[in-house]
Ligand binder design. Structure first.
Ligand code: ADP
Length: 447
């Protein structure tokens, strides 16, 4: 709340400008403003006083306090002549920086300049008792001479200059510290970027090495395919000749052989047959790997393909405990290569028949999303999950797995997967020992 003034005075002459300055400082000190703020307020008062005296006005000065919000010291300087507001506002712009607020009121009753300065939180509370005490102290205030005031002002100036110097020294020290930190940061940055560069060089070298290795790998794989293709091609003719000669030896028209000779020739023929199927498989796989198989795209009639598979494979499914089922195709046609597709399904079905002792072997087809999925499901021995990828490696056969009929080469699945890849699809397996196996060939509807 606003209270009774702490003190008042009237400025009539230039001499009084010194007095209001001194009084202002006294009041500021009494209410608890810090030394620099005392000087600021005193300077503001003397400036306003000087301007008003120069205009020839007598001015009343009143010091009050308010405790609404933050405790604040208020000064009101009023004179009865109106119309002076605009000039004062212009001339007091600098002065307004010395206090928290400075307003100029201009009305019929005259002109008034109001200034305020908040008291620091450390200042003692302005209780009524304390206010009376301050009033008493101020009423006993005896104004000094202008010379006294000059002395005080000089002392304040020296103190202010000292302060400025101390701040400048502080600033210089801070700058030096900052520079030091900067140097540290730059050193760290250089170290980091050196390390990064080193790592980069390592990575680049590693990539170069990798590139080189993959070129070597590709070359090795091509050499392997070429070798396989050549060797198997070269082997085919003599092996076929051995089989032919064997047949000739046991022919009715040839000289009769002893029983033992017949048995041995039969053995030679069976071995040569096995060798021929191995050589043929190898040749197929080598061709597929060398990218020498170009699919011949056409509209494949799945009913016809399924019918053909049913016909050719039924003779292999001789065991009465195993039902061989080829479903009616749920998808009638597919854009694909008929020969390759039939080859893939034949490989899978032959395996299923070979490894199923009882239950069923079933081929079906269905549309699944954008794909056509062929499923070959059997109730045979099954394959342990950790070998699901290995069975697609060349020559790999599940250890201990015994084909119920015929011998395998370990090349059927790798070849089937190659062909599926050539047709733009994927071949996957799900199986567990004792639960049978399901091989799924998924091909895109539009390759
Ligand atoms: P293989 O000529 O030996 O059949 P594959 O590449 O066709 O060669 O198959 C590799 C191996 O995967 C087989 O030897 C067999 O151990 C296992 N296998 C393939 N199909 C089946 C199946 N339907 N049921 C059980 N095991 C299978």
């Amino acid at each position: 709340m606003k209270r009774e003034p702490l003190t008042r005075m009237r400025i009539r002459s230039e001499q009084d400008v010194f007095t209001v300055r001194q009084l202002g400082r006294e009041v500021a000190r009494a209410v608890g403003l810090e030394s620099q703020d005392q000087t600021r307020l005193a300077t503001a008062l003397s400036e306003v006083g000087r301007l008003l005296v120069a205009a020839g006005h007598e001015t009343d000065v009143a010091f009050t306090t308010t405790t609404i919000g933050v405790p604040t010291l208020l000064v009101e300087m009023a004179h009865p002549v109106s119309g002076d507001g605009d000039r004062l506002r212009l001339e007091l712009t600098q002065v307004s920086r010395l206090v928290d607020t400075l307003e100029v009121g201009d009305g019929e009753t005259g002109t008034v300049v109001r200034m305020s300065r908040r008291l620091p939180p450390s200042s003692p509370a302005l209780t009524p008792g304390r206010m009376d005490e301050i009033r008493d102290r101020l009423s006993g205030h005896v104004p000094g001479t202008p010379l006294d005031e000059l002395t005080v002002q000089n002392q304040q100036l020296i103190a202010a200059l000292d302060e400025v110097r101390a701040q400048r020294d502080d600033l210089a020290r801070l700058n030096a510290e900052l520079e030091e930190t900067n140097r540290g940061v730059m050193a760290l940055y250089h170290q980091l970027s050196d390390e990064l560069e080193e790592t980069n060089r390592g990575v680049v070298a590693l990539y170069a090495e990798l590139d080189e290795k993959s070129v070597q790998l590709r070359a090795a794989s091509e050499a392997k395919s070429r070798f396989l293709a050549n060797v198997s091609h070269e082997l085919r003719a003599p092996v076929t000749a051995i089989i032919g000669l064997g047949r000739l030896l046991t022919d009715e028209a040839s000289d009769k052989l002893t029983e033992e000779q017949s048995r041995q020739v039969e053995l030679i023929r069976a071995s040569a047959s096995d060798l021929l199927s191995l050589v043929n498989d190898l040749l197929d796989l080598a061709k597929a790997e060398a990218g020498r198989i170009e699919p011949e795209w056409s509209d494949v009639d799945l009913k016809a393909v399924f019918g053909q598979l049913r016909g050719t494979l039924r003779p292999l499914a001789t065991r009465p405990e195993v039902e061989f089922i080829v479903d009616e195709p749920a998808v009638p046609r597919l854009r694909s290569d008929e020969v390759l597709l039939a080859q893939i399904l034949r490989n899978l079905l032959t395996n299923a028949i070979k490894f199923t002792a009882e239950g069923s072997v079933r081929l079906s087809v269905a549309a699944v999303g954008d794909d056509v999925e062929f499923t070959v499901a059997d109730t045979g021995t099954g394959i342990p999950p950790d070998l699901h990828e290995r069975i697609f490696e060349e020559f790999y056969q599940v250890p201990g797995s015994q084909a119920l009929s015929g011998k395998g080469t370990g090349l059927g699945l790798p070849y089937a997967r190659r062909l599926v890849g050539i047709l733009g699809g994927a071949l996957r397996v799900s199986s567990a020992p004792g639960e049978g196996s399901t091989f799924v060939v998924s091909l895109p509807v539009s390759p």
